[in-house]
Design a binder for this molecule. Structure first.
Ligand SMILES: [Zn+2]
Length: 265
């Protein structure tokens, strides 16, 4: 028959039985820590049991940016309380300031890891909550607009795409005159290839059609090839050039135009 030995806490002025709930939640020291971190975010006490305290943090409504922090916060507080308990239990000392500092540090490090693109993180939990609540992403956009070609000209817009690059691909082109009237449109699935070759294939089809039908002079407008900043076929990479194979055609009535970044007509 064994004799149960009850641990006495070292967190209260008048020591009590050191149960899990006392050590982590209801003891005066733990209660003060929970109160401090929950007051800043509106998590309502009282905190009586560990599992219910965790649930309260997890169930508190907040922005999506704060949710991971609210979920991690109880674990961080419990961990720091456990570290302090062990330090004190073995005769050491750990100030409240140090415990609060470490919890803050853990939460800020978590936010920095979770949101590496954000800057100017504050150094305390209440300010961190405010910072994330007020965060608004900086959105950039570019207006893409179809502009008519000069009178008497035609414009062919082409586009190609590859899912996987290389992977399943498709190309398409669309022709209009200077009155914005529809002339021709076509699109097709092509053999698996890269984005660049799909773009070149779309250009190729558009050019062949316009030359065959004498829709000239012509402006060919494309998009992603614009990143190559090419004006002549000779500027294209070899694989694409071979596919298009028009660099020797010397078409004086053909002009190239990129959509992004857009150039004035
Ligand atoms: Zn105690």
């Amino acid at each position: 028959m064994g004799i149960s030995i009850v641990s006495i806490c070292k967190c209260c002025a008048q020591p009590r039985q050191e149960t899990m709930n006392h050590m982590f939640v209801t003891g005066q020291y733990a209660a003060d820590i929970w109160k401090m971190f929950s007051a800043a975010v509106g998590v309502q006490g009282p905190f009586i049991q560990v599992n219910k305290t965790i649930n309260k943090w997890w169930d508190t409504k907040c922005s999506s940016k704060l949710k991971p922090l609210y979920q991690a916060d109880p674990a961080i507080i419990l961990w720091q309380l456990w570290k302090r308990r062990n330090t004190v239990f073995h005769g050491g000392n750990m100030s409240s300031h140090r415990v609060i500092y470490d919890i803050n540090l853990n939460l800020i490090q978590l936010a920095k890891t979770r949101y590496p693109w954000m800057t100017n993180f504050p150094n305390s939990w209440p300010q961190l909550v405010q910072h994330l609540e007020q965060y608004r992403p900086h959105i950039q956009y570019i207006l893409v607009q179809w502009i008519s070609p000069p009178a008497g000209w035609y414009k062919c817009n082409s586009d190609g795409a590859s899912r996987g690059n290389p992977g399943p691909s498709a190309s398409a082109c669309f022709v209009r005159n200077h009155k914005r009237e529809f002339i021709h449109a076509t699109g097709s699935r092509i053999s698996d290839t890269t984005c660049l070759c799909a773009e070149a294939k779309a250009m190729h089809d558009g050019i062949i059609f316009c030359i065959t039908q004498q829709y000239l002079p012509l402006i060919l407008e494309t998009d992603s090839l614009g990143t190559l900043n090419f004006e002549l076929f000779t500027d294209l990479p070899t694989t694409t050039k071979r596919l298009v194979n028009m660099d020797k055609m010397h078409l004086p009535s053909l002009r190239f135009k990129t959509v992004i970044p857009r150039e004035p007509d």
